[in-house]
Design a protein. Structure first.
Length: 158
């Protein structure tokens, strides 16, 4: 369990490189819906636009003076979608759960027009599912997929 005081601060341009490194972490890409590695130029353009966008809020979570992870809220109408990650060397120590809890608190106190928090999580991402469930989130949606290369490679037609 984290011992130092945990808090969120709004991200700024000085976080560009740290967020770039975290975004290209192997597990972060694997658990994202776009699994491609991100180029520095692409990241820089995206991050500048994000900082100028009033519908997106990027936070860095600290434990004392140490950056531990990041979370982003993207607002659509009265809902906010969460994207988050914990630095690889800090995973499995309870920080993911705490990060979601801090987001709930900040939205409750400072973003009162947001009525619902949503997150799209791959079914393979057990740690993230746990972070949401432990903070009172419930599953409302499933996506079923069929890989067409499966039947093609086996040489039969449906
Ligand atoms: C998902 C992620 C944010 C979770 O953060 P974390 O700090 O590692 O999670 P926690 O330590 O708070 O663990 C939360 C729960 O998941 C469980 N857990 C942790 N790693 C796990 C794993 N690999 N498999 C199954 N359960 C796991 C923990 O035991 C804990 O459960 P408990 O409360 O019953 O003990 C982190 O793994 C991460 O950054 N992953 C890559 C990016 C990502 O997947 N982001 C989320 C996209 S939706």
């Amino acid at each position: 369990m984290p011992k130092q005081k945990l808090f969120l601060r709004k991200a700024d341009m000085t976080d560009l490189d740290m967020l770039f490194e975290w975004a290209n972490n192997e597990l972060v890409r694997q658990n994202a819906f776009n699994t491609e590695q991100i180029s520095y130029e692409e990241h820089k353009k995206w991050f500048k636009e994000l900082l100028d966008d009033s519908k997106q809020m990027q936070f860095i979570m600290y434990s004392g003076s140490e950056p531990i992870g990041q979370a982003r809220l993207s607002i659509h109408m009265d809902e906010a979608e969460i994207d988050y990650s914990i630095a690889s060397e800090k995973r499995g120590m309870g920080y993911g759960k705490e990060l979601i809890h801090l987001l709930q608190k900040i939205v409750s106190n400072e973003y009162t027009s947001i009525r619902k928090l949503v997150a799209k999580v791959k079914t393979s991402n057990a740690a993230s599912i746990c972070c949401f469930r432990k903070n009172g989130f419930s599953e409302t949606y499933s996506q079923y997929e069929y890989d067409m290369t499966k039947c093609r490679s086996e040489g039969y037609h449906i």
